[in-house]
Design a protein. Structure first.
Length: 196
């Protein structure tokens, strides 16, 4: 088994699956950062800042005790519809409100990827557009009861049951999942990390 090539600053099982999909061996270490938007902060600035802060927090916490120092990959995903951030729902009513709003509409998913190493931090943002078909209240309730939407930005998972709601996708499937592999590979290759 090859040695770890990087550290993933995320507890997301989806991000772990995506990195494993492209043959990377990695460690996982989460970062506890404040995710509240700053006053007047745009969605793009927010998602970039959060990805960067996650990667840098893990890089700093690992310090000099880990040699050689592995680069740290951080990522963050946000949905946007009519200027509203589509974050993880607080409860069923919040999820129902978001899913009703997305019903029959297009929304944007922004996922930022940050790679921190000895040379600093590089950040790339992926933008995708998702169009939902019209949803009924009964479908929304049944979907909530699967448990899937409860910890997902925008209250749905493209890789799960939520896929049946998606009429059209413009952009990156892996980006909507939470880690755009094209952009991730660009950052890793620029840092000298062999993908496969």
């Amino acid at each position: 088994m090859k040695q770890p090539q990087l550290v993933l600053a995320s507890a997301s099982p989806r991000r772990r699956e995506l990195l494993a999909q492209i043959g990377l061996n990695f460690l996982v270490q989460t970062a506890d950062i404040e995710e509240t938007p700053l006053p007047g902060e745009s969605a793009e600035a927010l998602v970039k800042r959060l990805a960067k802060e996650k990667a840098e927090a893990v890089w700093i916490s690992r310090g000099v005790s880990h040699t050689p120092s592995l680069p740290v990959l951080g990522s963050d995903t946000l949905g946007i519809l009519d200027g509203e951030l589509l974050v993880k729902p607080a409860d069923f009513e919040d999820a129902r409100r978001m899913l009703r709003k997305m019903s029959g509409q297009r929304h944007e998913i922004l996922t930022a990827v940050a790679l921190t190493g000895a040379g600093g931090t590089q950040v790339i943002v992926n933008r995708s557009v998702v169009k939902f078909r019209a949803l009924t209240d009964a479908e929304i309730l049944a979907y909530w009861q699967t448990g899937e939407p409860q910890d997902k930005a925008g209250a749905y998972a493209i890789q799960g049951y939520g896929a049946v709601f998606i009429e059209q996708l413009e952009g990156s499937y892996s980006g909507v999942m939470g880690l755009p592999l094209f952009e991730t590979a660009q950052l890793l290759q620029a840092a000298g990390i062999i993908i496969f």
